[in-house]
Each structure stands twice: as C-alpha cells, then as structure tokens.
Design a protein around this ligand. Structure first.
Ligand SMILES: [Zn+2]
Length: 373
C-alpha cells in the first residue's frame, strides 16, 4: 500500500473522531437549553399560582370591607327607624336593612369560597416550588456534567487536531486537496476496493482502473464518486481463498520413498508434520512442529516400509507434497528452513481447501489415509 494511502486512512480516522467530538461538544449546550426551557415553564407556573393567591387575598379584603360598610349602613338604618313617623317609612328602612343583610351573606359566602380554594392554591404553590427546586438541582448537575464532558472533549480535540496536522503533512499536497474536497461533499474521501467495486458508491470499476488500484503503484480515484481508491492486501488474501484462482494442487505419489503428513494432534505436541522415509529396508520418522519447524523428539527408525512400520501415524493424517533426501533432512538439523516450512503449510492450505470445496479427484490422496482426516 502506498504510504500516502496509509496516511490518508489514518487521516480519515482522525477526521471522523474530530467530527464526532465536535458534534458532541455542540450537542451539550442544546441539552442544557432544553432543560432550561422546562425550568422556565415551571417558574411561570409557580408565578401564576402565587399571583392567584395574591388575587384571592385582595378579593377577600374587598369582601371584608364591603361587609364592614354594610354593617355600618344597617346600624344607621336602625337609628333612623327609631325616629320615623310613618309606617311606610319604617317599612322602607326595614327593607333596606334586609337587603344589606342579604348582601353581607353573599359576601360571607364568597369569603368562605375563597377559604375553601385557599387550600388548593396553597398546594399548587408548594408543588410548583418543589418541582422548581428539583429541576434547578437537576440542571445544575447536567450543566456540571456538560462542562466536564466539554472540557474532556476539547482536550481530546486538541490532541486529535495535532495528530491530524501531522498526518496531513505526510500526504502529497495535491492528493490531500483532493481528499479534503471530496470529504467535504461526501463525508469521506477514501474508499476501499473489493470485488472490483468501490465500496463507498458500490459502482463497478473498469478493469484497467481495478488493476491500477490493485497494483498500488499510483493513486487512482473512483470515476463515479471521486473518492481515492485503495486495495487492502489482507482482503485480497481472503478473496483469493474464496475464488477459483487457486493453483491446482499437485498430488503426492502413493509409492514415493518419502511421505509427508499433517496431523492435528501428535503425542500432546499439537499440530505436526510427519516425515516418513524409506531407506535400505528401514523406515525413519521425523516429527516437526508446524509453526516453528522444530524437530520434536528423536528420529525413530523401524524395520520395513514406512506403511508397515508406522501405520498408526498414517491413519487419520493428511498427506502432503514434499520430498527431500535423508542427507538434506539431516542437514536441516533441529529446525526446518522457513522456505520448506512455508511450502508445507501452503500445501496444507490447498489440501484443506480441496477437502472443503470437494474439488479433489479420485486419483488424489489414498483413500484410507484421508477417510478419517
Ligand atoms: Zn466510488
């Protein structure tokens, strides 16, 4: 992969993280504002309840005053009634007194009504006060959390921006400009190529473009979305294993003087390669660790052909390609050379692939050996 591409991928990660942090920082005051708005609503509710109490008090004073006035009037009418001369005048005064008494009762009823309401009003005020207190405490907590989170985010932003600047300096200038322009419009400026497709816009690439991206020698942009394209060799490996581009496996001969086998488990040593060799009427067995290539235990020699000498090692093992002379094997000493270890492992890979895809043919590995593997 081109160093420019590697840096762009890291730059993309940094850009994403910076964007996420910026969004989070912008989001926090909005959350606080939403709670503050709710708080303002509760404050208004409390003020309304308090105003209602005040209005009731004023009304009560008004009714009290009216009652006092009416009583004054009644007292005056009584005084006047002592001095009247005619029955009609007396009746008229009596009527006035009755009317004033009715008025007093009406005012007293209103006062009683206010007194009954006062309990409910009081409850309303107390509830609004409690709610306000709770919300105020909550908003203080939220504000504090927002302050802390913002401070943390700002600190991270400084770090990520420094990282981004450093990464930017590691990318060719024209490429960087292209990346930033596309990022601005599309949210990302670089895209992986897989299965001949740009993974961002899902458009198939022309064969030449695909080959250019795969070769990784120059930077290529997607014709459709303009993102800079890259090819991940790790994905290529997966792709290779899954496609039919595998080389056809060469199959070992049944009657070869030497046979290599793979065993999943051998004498508690885990996965091993066994090397069985016929030589002058005797058979030798060497056991190697498949990961390190180290020779495990001693070289075992038995009389006869290796098929008769080591049948228990052959059963359930996977036959592999490989052929080296006794002298060469002795020359390898306690450890297989890496190139040989690699070739055995590659052949094992192919054998496994054959077994899983059912591509093996009847002339492949001898049946009894494979049956149990
Ligand atoms: Zn594209």
């Amino acid at each position: 992969m081109l160093p420019d591409i590697e840096n762009l991928l890291k730059l993309q990660d940094a850009d994403k993280e910076i964007r996420r942090l910026q969004e989070e920082v912008a989001e926090l005051p909005k959350r606080v504002a939403a709670i503050e708005q709710k708080l303002a609503g509760t404050k208004a509710q409390l003020e309304r309840a308090q105003a209602a109490v005040k209005a009731d008090d004023a009304a009560r004073r008004k009714y009290d005053t009216a009652i006092t006035d009416l009583r004054g009037k009644i007292s005056k009418y009584r005084d006047q009634s002592l001095e009247v001369k005619t029955n009609d005048q007396y009746k008229a005064l009596l009527h006035e007194i009755q009317f004033a008494e009715q008025e007093i009762t009406a005012n007293e009823d209103k006062i009683l009504e206010l007194m009954v309401n006062a309990d409910a009003r009081d409850k309303e005020v107390k509830a609004a006060q409690a709610e306000l207190k709770e919300e105020t405490a909550e908003i203080e907590k939220e504000k504090e959390q927002a302050r802390q989170r913002t401070a943390e985010d700002e600190k991270l932003l400084v770090e990520w921006r420094a990282k981004r600047d450093q990464l930017r300096s590691g990318v060719r200038e024209d490429l960087l400009r292209h990346y930033e322009r596309v990022s601005k419009f599309r949210g990302s400026g670089i895209s992986e190529v897989r299965d001949h497709k740009c993974m961002a816009c899902q458009v198939m690439l022309r064969p030449q473009t695909y080959n250019d991206v795969r070769s990784g020698k120059e930077t290529v942009v997607c014709d459709s979305c303009q993102r800079i394209l890259y090819f991940n060799p790790a994905e290529e490996l997966v792709e290779k294993k899954e496609t039919i581009h595998r080389p056809k496996r060469h199959h070992p001969k049944i009657d070869a003087a030497q046979a290599w086998y793979y065993r999943l488990e051998f004498a508690g040593d885990g996965e091993v390669f066994l090397c069985l060799t016929n030589s002058s009427g005797q058979a030798s067995r060497r056991v190697y660790d498949i990961h390190t290539g180290r020779l495990l235990g001693d070289i075992l020699i038995r009389e006869g052909d290796y098929r008769q000498a080591f049948p228990e090692d052959i059963t359930g093992s996977t036959r592999l390609n490989g052929g080296w002379t006794e002298e060469e094997l002795d020359g390898f000493g306690a450890e297989l050379p890496m190139v040989i270890l690699d070739s055995l492992n590659a052949d094992l890979d192919l054998a496994r692939y054959e077994a899983s895809s059912g591509t093996q043919t009847k002339h492949a590995v001898p049946a009894p050996e494979h049956a149990a593997s």
